[in-house]
Design a protein around this ligand. Structure first.
Ligand SMILES: Nc1ncnc2c1ncn2[C@@H]1O[C@H](COP(=O)(O)OP(=O)(O)O)[C@@H](O)[C@H]1O
Ligand SMILES: [Mg+2]
Length: 403
C-alpha cells in the first residue's frame, strides 16, 4: 500500500484553511471596505493617491482586505489605462526605517543590482529609492504591512509621503498604505508623520462570534468533504476564537487542527470534541512558544521550579526556588541575579501563565508569603527546556528524574 494516499474522508482541499489563501470575497467587512475603497478612488480618477493607515489587532482581516482591494484596483486601472504600480513590503522582520528603505529599494532594483542592508548613509538610500520610484513613474502605492515593527524609528513614514511635494521626485505619485497590529504605534508616531500618513484611517475591530461563523463557514465549505462537519463545529470554533481574540486567523487554525485530529484518529466526522481538543493543543503550542522566548534567567527559574515539581514538593517558597536557581546558574556559568530580581521573574512567569502562584498565611508568625508551582504540565516544560542548549544538561537530568 502507498505510504501517502489522498484524503478521502476529511479534507477536500486544505488550502482554504491556510494563512495565505486569498478568498474571492471578504465577509463581514462592508463598512471598512467601503471606506478603504473611497480612499483609493483618487487613483482611478487620475489624482494623487491618499495615504492610508489601517489598524487593528492581528487576524482581523487587514492584510486580506488590502490584497483584495488592490487586486481589484490593479485590474480596473489596467482597463482605464492608468499607470499604477503596487509594491508590497512586509515589515515583520524589519526593525528600522533604514531597513524598510533598503528592502523597498532592492525590490525595485531586482537581485542583480541590490544593495547591502548596511553601509550607506540613510539619506543616500532614500535618494536611490526616489530615483527608482521616478523611473517607475505614474502612481506607486507602497504597502508597508506590520509597519509597527519599526517602532519609534519612523523617518521613512515622514520621507516617502513628502517625496513629491518636496521635489525629490518629478514623475511619480507615491502613496503609502501603512498597516499596524499595534494601536499604540499610531499614537506614538511623531506629529509630523501622523498628519500625512494618517490622512485616511481605517480601524478593523475584532470579529464577534457571528461574524467569525460566517467567515469560517465559507472556508469550511471549500475545505471539508461533504457531510464531514457536524453542525456545531463551526459555531464552536467561532465562539472560542471570539472569546479569546476575535481573530479569524485563530478560528481558521482551530478548524484546521480539529480536522487534522479527526483525520489522525481515522474518524469519519469532525465533531465538537475535536474542536475542544484543538483548542487545548493550540493553547499549549502558544504557551510553549512563549516559554521558548524567555531569557536564560527565566529558563533557569523554570528549571528550578520543575525540579521541585518532580520531587512532589511544589508549591514551594521563593527562598527555596532561589537557592536551586543559584545552583543551576553557577552550573551553566551564568551570573546569578539577586533574590529580588528572581521574585520579579517569578511573578512575570506567573503572569504569562507558566507558573501558578498562591499566597499563604503563616498563622503563628503572622506573615504571609508566596508559593509557586508549574501551571503547565511538567513534560511539556521539560521538553521545551531541553531544546535550549544554554541550559546544558540540566533539563536532561530533570527529564530523567521525572521518569
Ligand atoms: N473578512 C474576512 N473574510 C474572509 N477571510 C478573512 C476575513 N478576515 C480575515 N480572514 C482570513 O483570516 C486570516 C487572517 O486575516 P489577515 O488579513 O491575515 O489578518 P491581519 O492582517 O489583520 O492580521 C486570513 O487567512 C484571512 O484570509
Ligand atoms: Mg496581516
Amino acid at each position: 500500500m502507498a505510504m501517502f494516499t489522498p484524503d478521502e474522508n476529511i479534507f477536500a482541499d486544505e488550502y482554504p484553511l491556510r494563512e495565505n489563501y486569498q478568498p474571492q470575497q471578504i465577509q463581514e467587512r462592508d463598512q471598512e471596505l467601503e471606506k478603504f475603497q473611497n480612499a483609493l478612488q483618487p487613483v482611478i480618477n487620475g489624482a494623487p493617491p491618499k495615504n492610508i493607515f489601517l489598524y487593528g489587532k492581528t487576524g482581523v482581516g487587514k492584510t486580506v482586505a488590502t490584497n483584495y482591494l488592490l487586486n481589484h484596483l490593479q485590474q480596473d486601472a489596467q482597463s482605464y489605462d492608468i499607470d499604477l504600480n503596487v509594491i508590497k513590503q512586509p515589515c515583520n522582520n524589519i526593525s528600522s526605517s533604514y531597513q524598510v528603505a533598503v528592502n523597498l529599494l532592492n525590490q525595485l532594483r531586482g537581485p542583480t543590482e541590490s544593495v547591502s542592508t548596511t553601509g550607506y548613509p540613510q539619506q543616500d538610500v532614500f535618494n536611490m529609492l526616489y530615483r527608482e520610484l521616478d523611473e517607475l513613474g505614474g502612481t506607486v502605492l507602497i504597502v508597508l504591512d506590520e509597519i509597527d515593527n519599526i517602532g519609534s524609528n519612523d523617518d521613512i513614514l515622514y520621507e516617502l509621503p513628502r517625496a513629491e511635494s518636496n521635489g525629490y521626485v518629478d514623475d511619480v505619485w507615491p502613496g503609502i498604505i501603512g498597516i499596524s497590529n499595534d494601536f499604540t504605534f499610531r499614537d506614538n508616531l511623531s506629529p509630523k508623520v501622523k498628519d500625512t500618513l494618517c490622512e485616511e484611517e481605517i480601524h478593523f475591530p475584532p470579529y464577534d462570534a457571528e461574524e467569525l461563523g460566517a467567515i469560517l463557514g465559507d472556508r469550511a465549505e471549500k475545505a471539508f468533504h461533504e457531510n464531514v462537519l457536524s453542525g456545531d463545529v463551526v459555531p464552536l470554533a467561532a465562539a472560542f476564537a471570539a472569546q479569546d481574540s476575535g481573530s479569524a486567523r485563530q478560528g481558521l487554525r482551530l478548524l484546521h487542527k480539529a480536522g487534522e485530529l479527526a483525520r489522525a484518529n481515522d474518524d469519519r466526522e469532525v465533531v465538537d470534541d475535536h474542536v475542544r481538543q484543538a483548542q487545548t493543543e493550540l493553547e499549549r503550542d502558544q504557551l510553549e512558544d512563549g516559554m521558548r522566548e524567555l531569557t536564560t534567567q527565566g529558563h533557569l527559574v523554570l528549571c528550578a521550579v520543575s525540579a521541585f515539581e518532580i520531587t512532589n514538593v511544589a508549591p514551594v517558597r521563593t527562598q527555596e526556588i532561589y537557592d536551586r536557581y543559584v545552583t543551576y546558574a553557577e552550573r551553566v556559568d551564568v551570573d546569578a541575579l539577586g533574590e529580588r530580581r528572581i521574585r520579579d521573574h517569578l511573578s512575570e512567569l506567573s503572569l504569562h501563565g507558566f507558573l501558578q502562584v498562591s499566597q499563604r498565611n503563616d498563622g503563628f508568625h503572622g506573615g504571609s508569603y508566596y508559593e509557586y508551582e508549574l501551571n503547565v504540565d511538567l513534560e511539556s516544560v521539560v521538553a521545551v527546556l531541553q531544546e535550549i542548549s544554554r541550559l546544558e544538561d540540566i533539563p536532561t537530568q530533570l527529564s530523567e528524574a521525572s521518569q
